[in-house]
Write a protein that binds this ligand. Structure first.
Ligand code: FES
Length: 480
């Protein structure tokens, strides 16, 4: 089946052209009024079996990559220390700084999604360490990143728009040396350490998380004070160069990679194919960036671990705009767009994309079962053949105006819950059954299947649960 191409320009125009990117201004209200907040986004159809295999979590790749990463950081740091006093110490130091300050960004990102490792404590440990290295407050950024995935590049909603329009070229150059991060990081860490939150942060961080933010801010400050004390005690600048100033000399690669993700593309659209860019990179860059160059695929399917993104790219590329063939090609389209946006902030890159595939055939991840017959006298309703729900699998079931999700865990036990995540407008049938939990496809929040209770942020509210049974080769659901 061929799909006629359409242009981004055919999508409804942005609701506003004023330059208010704050999360508390007019555009925040307009985004909600126009249905751009917490909206349903387009996903390319991927056969269920293939997606299930791509979602498989593994510890091996991330352990290998993380051990190698820390070994390189330690090696470059040790070489700097041993050569200190000679001018060529600058070479290992610059390698150290880039590994420390730039590549920690993608480790922060992947472990924050909880997809880097299969084992949760490993994700959490790497997330805290990488957050500190890249100078991001871990709890604040966990919530801001959840919002970024809900409302990607929606003005007034997304706290992580890297290049607001008109572009601030001086600001971008400053960011290469972390100069825009230092003042913000210190200011907010101090505000949090004294037990306060800003009005903007209150729009995306629930109050139940505030004490965690305050506690971690105090720990971060204490560590940095320790580093300063060590520098004073030893009369050496080396502790500061290793922790803190490394971001001054080593953040540039993170900016170079990161600007390719969304810069110059459409704001206020509900299709990642229009606002997110995939860039093909060589193996070295892909290792350093943990495959985040497949950024469009990551936004469409945030549950897919970094090591499976190349396979996901192969599955969806026919339904996506052509990827940029390399970093150079990406900047060949980004730089002229930024220059033009300085004069015309409404300008953006329009992309040719295949027509959205509205019809999700059975066998695709968004397929659903709809009851045709009504329930029996005891409110039990037939859903589907038992074999339609595999092990560690989930399906969607609609009845009347309600949508449900039915699960079978790895041990074969059946569960049923409401179909929509309580955190956002997302069908859990696109999620991932992990042990006896379901992981939401939007922000990787989790619920316990037994009682629907929250198992991982950003989920805070429980799901309603229902009874489901297997009878004579059929699955029956109780509309209790
Ligand atoms: S929509 Fe956010 S975790 Fe489900």
């Amino acid at each position: 089946m061929t799909h006629p191409s359409i242009l981004a320009a055919e999508f409804p125009p942005p609701p506003q052209h004023s330059l208010d990117y704050s999360l508390t201004g007019t555009n925040a209200r307009l985004a909600i009024e126009k249905g751009l907040a917490e909206a349903e986004w387009y996903q390319s159809p991927v056969p269920r079996e293939i997606l299930r295999s791509l979602l498989e979590r593994r510890d091996g790749p991330a352990i290998r990559d993380t051990v190698l990463w820390f070994a390189m950081i330690l090696g470059a740091g040790s070489a700097t220390w041993m050569l200190w006093g000679r001018w060529w110490a600058v070479f290992p130091y610059l390698i150290y700084a880039v590994l420390y300050a730039s590549t920690s960004d993608s480790r922060w990102h992947e472990s924050g999604h909880g997809t880097a490792f299969k084992t949760d404590w490993m994700n959490n440990a790497l997330y805290e360490v990488a957050s500190w290295m890249v100078m991001r407050e871990s709890t604040v950024w966990r919530w801001s990143h959840a919002r970024h995935h809900s409302d990607t590049i929606v003005v007034g909603r997304d706290p992580e728009i890297a290049v607001p329009r008109p572009p601030d070229i001086v600001g971008i150059i400053f960011s290469l040396f972390n100069l825009s991060v230092y003042p913000k990081y210190w200011k907010h860490t101090i505000i949090h350490a004294i037990g306060r939150m800003t009005a903007t942060e209150k729009t995306f961080i629930p109050e139940s998380e505030f004490t965690k933010v305050y506690f971690k801010a105090r720990i971060s400050l204490a560590i940095y004070l320790g580093v300063v004390a060590l520098a004073l005690a030893t009369g050496s600048i080396l502790p500061l160069l290793f922790f803190g100033l490394a971001n001054l000399f080593g953040s540039w690669l993170m900016v170079l990679y990161g600007l390719t993700q969304h810069t110059g593309l459409a704001e206020n659209v509900l299709d990642h194919r229009l606002n997110t860019r995939t860039v093909l990179m060589n193996l070295v860059n892909r290792y350093l960036y943990w495959n985040m160059n497949f950024h469009l695929e990551h936004h469409m399917f945030p549950l897919v671990p970094y090591h499976a993104l190349p396979q996901l790219h192969a599955c969806v590329k026919a339904d996506c705009p052509p990827p940029c063939p390399g970093l150079l090609a990406a900047y060949q389209e980004i730089i002229p767009t930024l220059v033009r946006q300085m004069k015309d902030p409404t300008h953006c890159l329009t992309r040719q994309i295949p027509q959205a595939k509205v019809c999700m055939a059975e066998g695709h991840v968004s397929a659903k079962f709809v009851s045709t017959a009504g329930p029996d006298a005891y409110a039990w309703i037939d859903v589907c053949a038992s074999e339609d729900l595999g092990l560690a699998d989930v399906i969607r079931f609609d009845h009347g105006l309600k949508t449900y999700a039915l699960y079978r865990d790895e041990a074969g036990k059946l569960f049923a819950t409401d179909g929509l995540c309580t955190h956002g407008n997302t069908h859990l049938s696109g999620g991932f059954v992990k042990g006896s939990t379901i992981e939401c496809p939007k922000h990787n929040g989790r619920f316990h299947l037994v009682d629907g209770s929250p198992a991982r942020p950003p989920v805070c509210r429980a799901l309603a649960t229902y009874r489901v049974e297997e009878r004579q080769g059929r699955l029956v659901f109780h509309l209790g």
